[in-house]
Design a protein around this ligand. Structure first.
Ligand SMILES: [Zn+2]
Length: 343
């Protein structure tokens, strides 16, 4: 993947203009959904800010050259004036020590004279102390230092931090913006690109991940199971056992994501059956049929249950039991009479 992403044009315009006019912000907050390419943007921006060629040629602006000494260092992950701060392995948040260390690092003179760039991702994962420590750094900006925060949940950042950053917002991309790029990345045709964009809610990198992870197959198995249960056939416990064993790497979170996405679509179908704007557009008829059998109130409590289930996964509870709970609730939500055992 190289070059600027085609759906980032508006965001680049903001940054390029500021650089050309010599009024670049000390701190940026890149906010937008997962899979929209915030990380790609941040990396390209960092390389751009540290590129010797681009610095010498600031009037024409534009991308990093990719060939100068500092670009090569950056691409090799060895640029001394660049730091990435993320969640350490086995941790759930960014700790205060990481941010304090950053503060010390930023006071040192940059080695290549073009300033320093720091990326903090995901910024909303900073714990309270870490956020307070960063706030001090933001309140006393060091000349030449650019701090880039990334977040898909910017509302979870303290307002004091948000207010000290220039907000660069990334909205869902359209199929027109991302279609040609998806085709170049190996998506079969325009129809598949459109479906993937719909399923990813306009996040092209997520769209690509859905394709490469065999995620669609997982979704199909899930909905086949859910249909069987909805018809009063099959056993929720056995189904949970089978589903829990499907995805060895991702666990059950991808399943819960698909469940949640389908539930939202069913709700939309109930609200506006004639004009459905649903994500799983290829499942329209099947979801329509399910929508007929389940009351809205039940859908709402299922949504809640699936959301809580995802939380339970993060707390490392037994995945099969978590699935059992939501599948039993799903099966019990349907008003079709269960077939009676003949005496
Ligand atoms: Zn360069």
């Amino acid at each position: 993947m190289s070059g600027r992403l085609p759906w980032h044009q508006a965001q680049w315009r903001i940054v390029d203009d500021a650089l050309r006019q010599g009024r670049a912000a000390h701190a940026l907050l890149l906010a937008g959904p997962v899979g929209i390419g915030k990380q790609v943007f941040a990396q390209q921006l960092a390389q751009r800010l540290l590129c010797q060629q681009a610095a010498a040629d600031v009037a024409t602006g534009g991308e990093a050259c990719g060939q100068c000494r500092t670009c090569l260092l950056f691409q090799a992950g060895a640029h001394p004036d660049y730091r990435f701060v993320g969640i350490a392995e086995d941790k759930k948040s960014i700790a205060v020590d990481q941010v304090r260390e950053l503060g010390r690092y930023l006071t040192l003179t940059p080695q290549y004279g073009l300033g320093k760039v720091v990326i903090i991702d995901p910024a909303d994962a900073m714990n309270v102390n870490a956020a307070n420590s960063l706030l001090k750094t933001l309140e006393e900006p060091v000349a030449g230092v650019t701090i880039v925060l990334l977040s898909h949940r910017p509302a979870q950042l303290p307002a004091t931090i948000r207010s000290r950053c220039q907000l660069i917002r990334f909205n869902a991309a359209t199929a027109e913006q991302a279609g040609p790029w998806l085709l170049a990345e190996g998506v079969k045709d325009a129809a598949e690109a459109a479906l993937l964009m719909s399923l990813s809610a306009g996040a092209p990198l997520k769209a690509l991940a859905i394709k490469s992870d065999n995620s669609l197959q997982l979704r199909d198995t899930l909905w086949q199971t859910l249909e069987t249960l909805a018809e009063g056939r099959g056993d929720a416990v056995a189904a949970a056992h089978q589903l829990a064993g499907l995805d060895k790497t991702g666990g059950i979170l991808p399943l819960l994501d698909w469940f949640s996405s389908g539930l939202l679509d069913i709700l939309k179908l109930k609200a506006a059956p004639q004009m459905p704007f649903i994500a799983n557009e290829d499942l329209l008829e099947r979801l329509h049929k399910l929508a007929l059998g389940i009351p809205v109130q039940r859908l709402l409590s299922l949504q809640d249950a699936v959301r809580k289930a995802a939380g339970s996964v993060e707390r490392n509870l037994n995945p099969q039991l978590i699935l059992e709970d939501v599948l039993i609730q799903w099966q019990n939500s349907f008003v079709v009479p269960r077939p009676r055992q003949s005496a």
